[in-house]
Write a new protein. Structure first.
Length: 149
């Protein structure tokens, strides 16, 4: 199975099994959206949301480091029309969740944590696949350059 499809399927499971969660996206440390699922029909600016969410998360992580609070697990924000949760998945990725106003945040947090190991495992597989692909490409390039000599 395609690894990115697997990550998408995990996000679908999170959305289906988490009442109140309206939108879930996985973003990497650059703000790039790796996967995204939603119950909503509204269009979201994914790259902007991913970039802003990761910047906020990195800032909060740095702030916690400055006061020696340990690793950052999640960031929670409450707005008049809903809630936002940023959950650490790995050093390189966070899950961004948009939550309805009356949702139980502890229940959502537990649900996201339950699936975070699965997502992390898939991210590690993706990194390994990219590394292998780069090594193959480098090997092919080296072989082609050797032939040209």
């Amino acid at each position: 199975m395609d690894i990115s499809l697997s990550i998408h399927n995990i996000l679908v499971k999170i959305l289906k099994n988490t009442p109140g969660l309206q939108h879930a996206m996985l973003t990497d440390y650059t703000g790039l959206t790796l996967a995204n699922v939603t119950r909503s029909s509204s269009k979201l600016e994914l790259e902007g949301i991913g970039a802003l969410s990761m910047a906020l998360f990195i800032g909060m992580r740095q702030q916690g480091n400055e006061v020696q609070l340990g690793p950052l697990g999640f960031v929670f924000s409450e707005f008049s029309e809903g809630k936002l949760i940023l959950q650490s998945i790995s050093e390189e990725c966070i899950l961004v969740g948009v939550i309805s106003p009356n949702a139980n945040i502890q229940s959502i947090k537990r649900s996201i944590k339950k699936y975070s190991v699965e997502i992390s495992d898939q991210i590690n597989l993706l990194k390994t696949a990219r590394s292998v692909e780069q090594n193959i490409s480098k090997g092919l390039l080296d072989a082609a350059l050797t032939e040209l000599e």
